[in-house]
Every structure is written in structure tokens, then in C-alpha cells.
Design a protein around this ligand. Structure first.
Ligand code: ADP
Length: 273
């Protein structure tokens, strides 16, 4: 027999007023509680992950200090131990910095200072800053731009998002590879794409890449010193600007991360083309 929900019944009998109103309220309340519970659970998981990420360097640090203190060492041994400890402290600082950035950009009111930004000089500056790192890794770094209008953005935050993408490309691409940054205009938005000839990412990982602490290749990611928050920060920054970020990747071929920023928000857009 056909079952009829109470809401259907209410509608069929055209019982508006209290009965239907009550149902609507119950439904809204349940949906709200559901969202609230999900958000609590995700918050709990986040704290759990963050604590785990801190625990590893702290445990290594503790072990190092204990071993170092067990017996008298030569100056050289002390020096080595201190260098090892410094590395762990640097990891902790990077983690704390990333956590702070992430909570800022994904908060209710991200602290964006919007102003007209010219992307071409911003990208040129970035390429110059990262050239040494790229040379050091024997990766060619190129910029391809077309004239685009000024956009309304927070230059500092935008730069941070791009640094994270470039940092990943330079980190995961083997020596001899190349990284290309492309700036172009597509209908209603500007696109900045960072493409590399790195290892690419398996399809099963792609839906989770922008999640906090998600790493596609755990061993490689940890070895390269990442916090697992880089892409979550990129997503937070881009979405705070009303934009989107997407990835197109093929294992063995490379990856392309594309940031799309809406043009409409420009306060005083002066199209240059
Ligand atoms: P991490 O600090 O581990 O790099 P991210 O959030 O920046 O964290 O990136 C998440 C994961 O996505 C990385 O651990 C890595 O597995 C994968 N990834 C990101 N960028 C690239 C890239 N350009 N090439 C290959 N894998 C990448």
C-alpha cells in the first residue's frame, strides 16, 4: 500500500496553519541539528588531527633531548642533536602558522583587505621570489600572461594561496621537470593555473585533496615537510574572495591547479584589454 507521510497527508487534507506549520518547524529544526552535529564532528576531527600532527615532532624532540642528556657528548654530537631538534621546532612553527592562517581564512569573517590588484606584476614578483628554489631543484619555472583587468582582492592572501600551489608543484615535481603559471581571462572570471610535470595524483584522492590534513602520498608528503594544510588554506583564501579552486591531474603526467576569481567584484575595474 502506498504510504503517505504526515506532511503529504497535511497537504492532501489542506490542513494548513498549526499542523503544517509545526511540521515545517520540526523539519527545519532537525535539519539545523543535523548540520550542527556534523560541524561539531568535523571540528572534533580537526582538533584530533592537529594534536596528532603536533605529537610527532614533539615526541621526536623529547627523544632527542633525552638521548642527548644521557651521557656527555662531544661538541660535534651536541651540534648534530641541536640541528635535529631545530628541525622539529621548525615543523611545529610551520604547523602553528598554518593552523592560524586556516582558522583566519575559513572563519565567519575572513580578514580580507580588498583593493584593486594587478595580477601580472604580482605573478612576476612571485616567480622572481621562487626562481632560486626552482633552480636549486632543477625545475624550469615559467609565466604566461595575457592582459587582464584589475581585480578586487587581498594581494597578501592571494599571494599566499599562489605560494602554496607553487610550493607544492616545486616540491612534488622531480628535477628536470617544469612548472608553468598561466594567467588568462575566461567569461566573468580570471584564471590562474599552476601546471607541473610532477607525479600527478590518483583519482581516488582527488575529492579529498582540499580537505584539512589530507595527503595523497603520505610518505612523500611527510618527507617533503608539508603540513597537509596547504591546499585547505588555498581553498579558504580563494572562497573568501568568492572564487573557486579546482585540480586537473593525471598520474604520471602532472597536475594543474586552477584558481578562478570573479571579475564582478572589482570596485573600480579598469579593463586593460
Ligand atoms: P602538503 O603539506 O602535504 O603538501 P597540501 O594540502 O599542500 O599538503 O597537499 C595535499 C596533498 O596533495 C599532498 O600531500 C600531496 O599528496 C598532494 N599534492 C598537492 N599538490 C601536488 C602536486 N602539485 N603534485 C602532486 N601531488 C600534490
Amino acid at each position: 500500500a502506498e504510504t503517505m507521510s504526515e506532511a503529504d497527508l497535511g497537504e492532501r487534507l489542506s490542513l494548513d496553519s498549526p499542523f503544517q506549520e509545526f511540521h515545517r518547524l520540526t523539519h527545519t529544526f532537525n535539519a539545523m541539528m543535523d548540520r550542527f552535529q556534523k560541524s561539531c564532528e568535523s571540528q572534533r576531527r580537526f582538533v584530533d588531527y592537529a594534536a596528532h600532527e603536533m605529537q610527532t615532532p614533539l615526541t621526536v624532540l623529547q627523544g632527542n633531548l633525552e638521548v642527548t642528556l644521557q651521557k656527555a657528548r662531544s661538541t660535534e654530537e651536541y651540534r648534530e642533536a641541536l640541528i635535529g631538534n631545530l628541525e622539529q621546532v621548525e615543523k611545529l612553527i610551520a604547523l602553528a602558522r598554518s593552523l592560524l592562517t586556516l582558522t583566519k581564512v575559513t572563519g565567519d569573517r575572513p580578514p580580507l583587505h580588498l583593493a584593486p590588484v594587478e595580477l601580472e606584476p604580482l605573478l612576476q614578483e612571485l616567480i622572481i621570489e621562487l626562481k632560486l628554489l626552482a633552480d636549486d631543484r632543477r625545475i624550469s619555472l615559467a609565466l604566461e600572461v595575457v592582459p587582464v583587468p584589475t581585480i578586487s582582492a587581498d594581494a597578501q592572501w592571494l599571494k599566499q594561496a599562489l605560494i602554496n600551489l607553487l610550493d607544492n608543484s616545486l616540491k612534488y615535481t622531480p628535477p628536470g621537470g617544469s612548472v608553468t603559471v598561466r594567467l588568462r581571462r575566461s567569461d566573468g572570471s580570471l584564471e590562474i593555473a599552476v601546471r607541473d610535470t610532477g607525479p600527478g595524483i590518483e583519482a581516488e584522492h582527488v575529492p579529498f585533496l582540499f580537505d584539512r590534513f589530507y595527503r595523497a602520498d603520505k610518505a612523500r608528503a611527510r618527507e617533503s615537510g608539508g603540513t597537509g594544510l596547504g591546499l585547505a588554506i588555498v581553498k579558504g583564501i580563494v572562497e573568501a574572495h568568492g572564487g573557486t579552486v579546482a585540480v586537473d591531474t593525471q598520474p604520471g603526467k602532472g597536475s594543474e591547479f586552477t584558481i578562478r576569481l570573479p571579475l564582478g567584484r572589482a570596485p573600480e575595474g579598469h579593463p586593460s584589454n
